[in-house]
Design a protein around this ligand. Structure first.
Ligand code: IBG
Length: 223
């Protein structure tokens, strides 16, 4: 069925959450199949659905897409969230890659043996490496690239909200980023996504963590 978009992932953020955000901003409805057992994952593997034996998996337009970035780029391109030309796209990709590097650090926190040093490192990197870039880029422009909403903006609002969950005052020194967040959260689709009962996933909890460990048969924590 080409009309329906179906996401296959855990009932948690992980690598799928940015895809949920982008579909939401594009106003694309989606269904979700949650991975809860190892058997489900093994069936996806045995059925040849996972090119690299990994999720996220997204069924869209008759395709079964894997690889988070490929999925994000397809959606961004299709729904006009990928700039006006190849130069815009290069900028969007640079901003997006930086944001995904930072969000990946946060995503892995529940699975590491000693999260506090990692958390400290995330805060330092956010303040000294990442947020200054966006503060500068937003000193004037409303959007990050080309005067129009793009994938990079969607990832930035997602990332700033994630950072504030961990470090509530982190945007105090980044007023342009804070104003940008305020504008983005007023977009009706985003505002609805931030309400309880939406498909936005909460911060990871023990249940989510244990489900991931069980499905992937992981015993030791990550270093
Ligand atoms: N480059 C790929 C992408 O971006 O889609 C990486 C995908 C990926 O790492 N997927 C993980 C997976 O399927 C799950 S999300 N791993 C199984 C395997 O055998 O590689 C990341 C993840 C979390 C928690 I969240 C623990 C381990 C991985």
């Amino acid at each position: 069925m080409s009309g329906k978009v179906t996401l296959h992932y855990f009932n948690g953020r992980g690598r799928m959450e940015s895809i949920r955000w982008l579909l939401t901003v594009a106003e694309v409805e989606f269904d979700e199949v949650f991975l809860t057992t190892r058997e489900q994952y093994l069936k996806l593997l045995n059925d040849g659905e996972l090119m690299f034996q990994q999720v996220p998996l997204v069924e869209i337009d008759g395709m079964k897409l894997v690889q988070t970035k490929a999925i994000l780029h397809y959606i961004a391109e299709k729904y006009n969230l990928y700039g006006k030309d190849v130069k815009d796209r290069a900028m969007i990709n640079m901003y997006s890659e930086g944001l995904m590097d930072l969000m990946e650090l946060i995503m892995m926190l529940p699975f590491v043996a000693d999260p506090q040093p990692k958390l400290d490192n995330i805060q330092t990197k956010a303040k000294e490496r990442y947020l200054p870039v966006f503060e500068k880029a937003l000193s004037g422009p409303v959007y990050l690239v080309g005067g129009k909403l793009s994938l990079a903006d969607v990832l930035l609002v997602e990332c700033t909200l994630m950072l504030e969950e961990k470090f509530p005052a982190i945007l105090a020194d980044f007023p342009n980023v804070k104003s940008f967040q305020g504008r983005m959260t007023q977009i009706p689709a985003v505002s609805r996504f931030l309400q309880p009962g939406s498909k936005r996933k909460p911060q990871p909890d023990e249940h989510y963590k244990n489900t991931v460990l069980k499905v992937f048969n992981i015993t030791a924590p990550f270093p």
